[in-house]
Design a protein around this ligand. Sequence first.
Ligand code: SAM
Length: 268
Amino acid sequence: THFGFETVPESEKAKKVYKVFENVAQKYDTMNDAMSLGIHRLWKDMLLHAMRPQPGVHLLDVAGGTGDIAFRFLEYVRAQRERQKRRAPSWRDISEDEDEVAPRESRAVVCDINKEMLRVGKRKADSAGISAGLSWVAGDAEELPFGDDLFDVYTIAFGIRNVTRIDQALQEALRVLKPGGRFMCLEFSKVTNPVLSRLYDEYSFKMIPVLGEVIAGDWKSYQYLVESIRKFPDQEEFKHMIEDAGFYCVKYHNFTGGVVALHSGFKL
Ligand code: SAM
């Protein structure tokens, strides 16, 4: 056959990942809260805090799943706009026509390979009444269904370790960003403190599959999750991969002692 040695396990991984998220989609949000003891919310808030998006920004959230990052983004810019409106009027506001300063609408596109995850997310957005400025697109991070130079910010949260060819996904991120646009990736990383590291290993290897079984009736999917975290490159290694893809000013911040890292870089 024409399948090379490399390609068979790769497509196996993609199939496995698809099954995992198809199985857990309905329970995904509940599981996130249970397994991270709610801390994933803080990590996601910290991503938005680091991004500080201004009204008018166009965001692409890849592997966006049930929409957590996009929801936070829209909420952040809405609050930001309110703050700007409430601010005491300056001479500029008084002297200029209202229309002239009307800002561009902010938009967020959630892209995910898994239709089931998108469906759960879209339902959540509709019932919360936050669908304005939001769209849901099925697509692969390795082959994004978007043109070049379109987005101000590209985010991927807890998604890149599920991608088969990470370098390919990074190339695609670079392609769809506008020049000056920013890449931001939140991902499990290497715990730096040895005491915390031991606790974390105990917790994740023993507890996470158990929680998966109890809450979602799915031990295997959550065992995959823990294994995929162990296999992902550490902070420095991943930083180099982002630089190799062609991003500039690449840096990272550890959250919770390195349980999670936020990497970012710019397209110039
Ligand atoms: N970003 C969301 C969050 O933080 O809650 C969801 C993260 S979830 C752990 C990982 C997501 O990556 C899943 O929704 C899965 O379908 C998606 N995914 C896996 N491989 C992908 C690929 N090649 N392209 C796009 N999305 C992918």
